[in-house]
Design a protein around this ligand. Structure first.
Ligand SMILES: [Zn+2]
Length: 192
């Protein structure tokens, strides 16, 4: 996988994936949302969503606001701090709107395809509250690479996931360990 991909789906849950599509400040360098159609593409590609909603201009702006609030709240969660009151209020307000409607088709669950992006955002905000307010919070963490800001909820049974992805950060760590071992074996520095 080329890095960065257009959208990073490493969060393991839609609230984190939504928050990691880009943003203000230094996060602008991995911005994936340049127009409303990008949000529709994101929803279509996102694990756990897979539907293509229409995105109005007000929804586009609202999604940016929600993303900033979610990003700040996720960082506060990592630090063991409460959310900022405005962010807390915004997340609850978005979650109070109607969310995605599940349907049962041919033995499988899917989301009703005529959804709006407001419903998508409500589902994202509800997912965030579920993540912060249940035992899932214990599995929420940041990539172990200190230079990587990506976050995820560890869904693995042993609960030992360390990296956003093996391709991006897991392999970097493996290479670093290999180099360290190589230096040790040979007693000098071949890594330069
Ligand atoms: Zn990483």
């Amino acid at each position: 996988m080329a890095w960065p991909p257009r959208f990073a789906f490493v969060g393991g849950t839609i609230a984190i994936d939504f928050a990691q599509t880009g943003g203000e400040g230094y996060r602008a360098r991995w911005e994936g949302w340049h127009a409303p159609a990008d949000m529709a593409d994101w929803a279509e590609m996102a694990p756990g969503l897979g539907l293509r909603p229409s995105v109005s201009e007000p929804e586009y702006r609202a999604a940016w606001q929600l993303r900033e609030a979610l990003w700040r709240t996720l960082r506060h969660q990592l630090a063991g701090e409460p959310a900022e009151p405005e962010d807390h209020a915004l997340i609850e307000t978005v979650a109070s709107q109607p969310d995605l409607v599940p349907q049962w088709r041919n033995g499988e669950m899917r989301w009703a395809p005529d959804a709006t992006f407001t419903q998508v955002m409500s589902s994202v905000a509800r997912d965030a509250i579920d993540l912060f307010g249940t035992a899932r919070a214990e599995r929420f963490r940041k990539c172990a690479n200190p230079n990587c800001d990506l976050m995820f909820v560890d869904q693995s049974r042993p609960g030992k996931r360390q990296w956003c992805t093996m391709e991006r950060c897991g392999n970097l760590s493996k290479v670093a360990r290999h180099r360290a071992k190589h230096r040790h074996d040979h007693g000098d520095d071949h890594a330069a």
